[in-house]
Each structure stands twice: as structure tokens, then as C-alpha cells.
Ligand binder design. Structure first.
Ligand SMILES: [Zn+2]
Length: 144
């Protein structure tokens, strides 16, 4: 496979100056191990969260009222698991980091990503800055 060299160097250096390009509005998120995981057109901090597990809700498909977010997920799909929820069960198709296997998120339909109305990002799994621990990294430590 040919190696694609990107000129829009996404680095963890002090490149905080705003640029005029549309790419400036894209946020890049990394796993705690430093692996690139997610690029998205909106800050995860501003997205709604699920009441059940506090996961961040990323809309993957348009509906009448809302547009899907523009994003790309770099993660490995797992076999589905069945979770007990109040009032029933929920099937989760989870994704993990390709490098360290940390759980990143899940959706409720089989892969590929965006084959479900929403992608859920686990709280505290991703960080904006490479090698920097998110403030909520240890949230949900006792979750299954
Ligand atoms: Zn990782």
C-alpha cells in the first residue's frame, strides 16, 4: 500500500494559531497511547451525552431535523456484546484502538462505522493532544 504523506501536518506542537482554511474547524482526537483515532467537525466537549453511560453522542446519519457530523474513525470493530439496560437489552458493537486495544466507543448496528444512527464515544477515552491525559480519563472505571 502506498504511503500517503500529508502536508497538513497534524502535530502535537504548539500550533494553536487559527488558520483561514476550512480544515481549521476539524478536531483531531488521539487515544491515550498516542494513536490517531478520530477526526471530527465539532468538539466532542460540545456534543450531547447519553444518560445511561455518559458516552458522547456523534450523529452518524442525517434525519429530518439534524445533520450528521462529518467524521472519520480509525478503530477496530469487535464482536457485539449484549448489555442489560433498564427496560431491556442493548447490543453494542464496540470499537477499540488499533494500537493498544483501549475501548473507544460503540454503535448499535454492525460495522462499518456510520451503519447506525449514532456513534457513541466512551467518556474519557480520547484526548485532543497527543500524549496528554484527558481530565475525565478515569471516569467510569468500574464499568463493565
Ligand atoms: Zn491506544
Amino acid at each position: 500500500m502506498p504511503k500517503v504523506v500529508s502536508r497538513s501536518a497534524v502535530s502535537s506542537s504548539t500550533d494553536a494559531q487559527p488558520t483561514a482554511s476550512s480544515a481549521a474547524s476539524l478536531r483531531v482526537y488521539y487515544c491515550i497511547c498516542g494513536e490517531f483515532i478520530l477526526v471530527i467537525d465539532k468538539s466532542l466537549a460540545t456534543l450531547p451525552r447519553r444518560k445511561t453511560d455518559n458516552a458522547i453522542i456523534v450523529r452518524s446519519r442525517d434525519n429530518n431535523a439534524d445533520k450528521a457530523r462529518i467524521f472519520k474513525l480509525n478503530a477496530v470493530a469487535e464482536e457485539p456484546i449484549l448489555l442489560e439496560r433498564p427496560g431491556g437489552h442493548e447490543k453494542q458493537y464496540r470499537f477499540h484502538c488499533p494500537r493498544c486495544s483501549l475501548k473507544i466507543g460503540y454503535q448499535t448496528s454492525p460495522p462499518p462505522v456510520k451503519n447506525a444512527p449514532f456513534l457513541y464515544i466512551l467518556s474519557g477515552s480520547l484526548t485532543l493532544m497527543q500524549g496528554q491525559l484527558p481530565p475525565d480519563a478515569f471516569d467510569g472505571e468500574n464499568d463493565a
